[in-house]
Design a protein around this ligand. Structure first.
Ligand code: PHE
Ligand code: NA
Length: 509
């Protein structure tokens, strides 16, 4: 007999858990960097278009697929996909939806562990007497970036295991625990974000210094939000935008399907999916762009940001800038910043743990403790090499395949399964069953034709990444009969995961 499966405690709990799944490090660390590296205002239009034409259709699809699977007692993509078609190979494709989560969570939790230790360093005042260079170097030392060949970063590994342990513990308490963390974490995250965003919006030029006399927080905000139309034809920007939408909405991974599989058969998915998707976008667009960029612009100027935009800003620069606000507010700002990153991170890493647990539960009857612990061990096995061999750049390859390529491939396949194999009419009915809103019928058409084609385009452009990512040059050369020079690394690797890969740390001095 099938075991009584877990289910969400309340609608609020479900939405907060789903929003917590989506809102993550991607919103605060990845989005601002992507936006800056792709020209600020030039990024924003492609980004929003990708949200509407790929993000929302994928959310609809994944929520529908998930609830459909749950009805049949399946909580992981291999068996869910299998139940949607007569062919028997879809279940192998569904394996993506488990494996990718473990691969990504392995390094995601590592970053989460930095945010954890940085809260503590902020509280004990580690950064208060440091120069900007020292704060930056502190991070480099911590992660052993320029460590000796046998240098094992013991402390980071320990903190990593500790944070992984916290995840395991929460996961072992089931959906109830995840819901509780989301109920506490999400409001706090928004509060912390609002405090920092308020500071970002109001600081203006007050922190300009002799070294950066023109520094103005508003330059950062204007740079991001003044639409530029020139880049609309640049595939590079579109790819970056698509990659960001994927990552930030958590689509193409299997975690949304898993969460949705614990919905009741007639529970709304149309409105719920939109609510959590829009919450993510609100947090990303409003809070994600109002913290690092304006604050750094307010101290160091926009030119500095454009030159130094990278993952390192959050850990190598922000702690120093906070200290400049004085002991008390500096500490509050630091706690808000790293605290919000921690909550954003943990509600997402928990989501990545559930597909594995759901699979082991459904197919082998594993309980939550066994599921959670085995998940932690797997994550550790995958994560340790990246940590220990950090300085060798092993990270890049790893993130490229796990965090980027796999998402797009899986998203494309599941979209085709849902709209063509399962069938758009059935799919539409599935999506609208129990719906609390009426989705414009045009979306049916978008989901069937537009989204799959766009996904295919994304994939194709990744395959043919031109040398130095210069599309204009590549097209010109093609026209002149000189062929298309491919870049050694594919485009997506350069664009959609640039800052996920931690080795791209700039030295922000
Ligand atoms: N969406 C999360 C973020 O923005 C990352 C994530 C991807 C979480 C996939 C779960 C699954 O950081
Ligand atoms: Na996100």
């Amino acid at each position: 007999m099938a075991k009584q499966s877990d289910s969400w405690g309340s609608r609020t709990g479900l939405i907060l858990a789903m929003a917590g799944n989506a809102v993550g490090l991607g919103n605060f660390l990845r989005f601002p960097v992507q936006a800056v590296q792709n020209g600020g205002g030039s990024f924003i239009i492609p980004y929003l278009v990708c949200f509407i034409l790929m993000g929302i259709p994928l959310l609809f699809t994944e929520w529908s697929i998930g609830r459909f699977g749950g009805k049949k007692g399946n909580h992981s993509t291999p068996y869910i996909l299998d139940s949607m078609s007569k062919r028997n190979w879809w279940k192998y494709i569904g394996v993506f939806g488990i494996f990718t989560n473990i691969a990504v969570v392995a390094y995601y939790t590592y970053i989460e562990s930095w945010t954890f230790i940085y809260v503590i360093h902020t509280v004990i005042g580690t950064f208060t007497q440091m120069t900007q260079a020292e704060v930056s170097e502190f991070f480099v030392q911590y992660v052993n970036l320029n460590g000796s060949d046998f240098g094992i970063p013991f402390l980071p590994v320990l903190v990593y295991i500790l944070v992984l342990g916290i995840n395991i513990y929460i996961l072992s308490t089931g959906l109830g625990g995840i819901e509780k963390v989301a109920k506490i974490g999400m409001p706090l995250l928004i509060l912390f974000g609002a405090v920092l965003a308020f500071k970002g919006w109001t600081m203006g030029t007050e922190n300009a210094s002799a070294a950066f006399p023109d520094a103005n927080a508003w330059d950062g905000i204007n740079f991001l939000w003044t639409p530029q139309y020139g880049s609309l034809l640049d595939p590079k920007v579109w790819l970056a935008a698509a990659g960001q939408i994927f990552f930030t909405l958590s689509v193409g991974m299997g975690s949304i399907q898993c969460y949705a599989s614990y919905l009741k058969e007639n529970e709304d998915i149309a409105l719920n999916s939109l609510t959590s998707g829009f919450t993510n976008e609100l947090v990303e667009i409003v809070l994600g762009s109002a913290i690092v960029i304006p604050i750094a612009a307010g101290f160091l100027g926009l030119d500095w940001i454009i030159e130094n935009a990278g993952f390192g800003m959050a850990f190598q620069t922000m702690p120093y800038l906070f200290v400049q606000w004085g002991e008390l507010f500096g500490m509050i700002a630091g706690i808000c910043w790293f605290g919000l990153l921690f909550f954003a991170g943990i509600t997402s890493s928990l989501a990545m743990g559930t597909p594995w647990m759901g699979f082991m539960q459904d197919e082998f009857g594993w309980g939550k403790v066994k599921g959670a612990v085995s998940f932690g061990i797997l994550a550790l096995i995958m994560g340790l090499p990246t940590i220990l061999f950090y300085q060798y750049g092993y990270f890049d390859e790893y993130d490229y395949w796990a965090g980027t390529v796999s998402l797009v491939v899986f998203a494309l396949l599941e979209m085709v399964l849902f709209t063509w194999v399962f069938g758009m009419d059935r799919g539409w009915a599935e999506l609208n069953r129990g719906a609390d809103i009426r989705i414009p019928i045009g979306y049916k058409w978008v989901m069937k034709y537009i989204t799959p084609v766009l996904l295919l385009l994304v994939l194709l452009s990744a395959l043919i990444t031109p040398e130095s990512n210069d599309w204009t040059a590549a097209f010109t050369s093609l026209m002149n009969g000189e062929g298309w020079a491919l870049d050694p690394s594919s485009l997506i690797s350069k664009l959609t995961h640039d800052d996920l890969k931690l080795l791209q740390l700039n030295d922000p001095q």
